[in-house]
Write a protein that binds this ligand. Sequence first.
Ligand SMILES: C[S@@+](CC[C@H](N)C(=O)[O-])C[C@H]1O[C@@H](n2cnc3c(N)ncnc32)[C@H](O)[C@@H]1O
Length: 301
Amino acid sequence: MSAKPFLKWAGGKSHLIKQYVALLPQELFEGKIEIYVEPFIGSGALYFYLSQRFNFKKVYLYDVNKELILAYSVIKNNVEKLIEVLHKYTKDYRLLDDAHKSTYYYCIREKFNTELKTIDFTTYSTDWIIRTAELIFLNKTCYNGLFRVNKKGVFNVPFGRYKNPTIFDAENLEKTSTQLKKANIEACDFKMCKSHIDKKTLVYLDPPYRPISNTANFTSYSHVKFNDNEQKRLAKFYTNMNKTGAKLMLSNSDPRTHNPNDNFFDDLYKEFNIHRVYASRIISCDASKRGTITELLITNY
Ligand SMILES: C[S@@+](CC[C@H](N)C(=O)[O-])C[C@H]1O[C@@H](n2cnc3c(N)ncnc32)[C@H](O)[C@@H]1O
């Protein structure tokens, strides 16, 4: 079994990998790609898929979400201790009846939010291990498995009421740790990856999707919003990276799904190749809006 994402993450790409594989650059299969860069790593579905099939010499994984990067660092550096803490949380949780499970969830959520005021995101410490265990626990027991914060950065998702959620998979965490050993992992804006890119690089960019309708707007991975100006800043960055000769792949929503005349991305990326892939909409509180739609994969090759 291969390593797979250890978190449920809005916009996770596990379900699209087969379609993406068909659109990967030929140079990857010819062994000409040495560096892999993913500046919006999220739960890392494509990275974990590729890292077990291709031998990259260098890997750079970034995300602006500090909680997420803290968790990646812990899994990379101290997975055994993390598994120990997760075993304890899981055991305590499983012994409780439904009402007390909910209380336990809100206690952990309260602790996680209170400690936000004191946690030092810059210096690795044992506090990071506990925080990562809490993040994984909350992610697997909260409603819809989301990481969503309010304007103050407070995690505000209610309890999920799942019967027997799988909170973690120790073997998968160990495999994930192995796959992260060679990765440089950093909490920063996407533009910081520029210095590592050359013609032997594959860059996969999966920014927060542009909402395709006013009601489908899950964009709160952090307290900073990714609006149309951010999408334009990213398109400019993509155009600049193109000059390095790197192979670039970028995902986004397809505005034409809802409005055939909305050419937002077709205009922004008109110099490049715009592929349409089929996807199921996963995050929508309205069950009637979960269906098949197209999404974009924009390549420069
Ligand atoms: C669509 S998700 C990525 C999903 C990922 N491909 C997966 O399989 O789970 C977008 C990610 O971009 C991150 N993000 C938002 N703004 C960013 C920025 N300015 N720079 C870097 N990352 C950012 C979010 O925290 C989020 O994790």
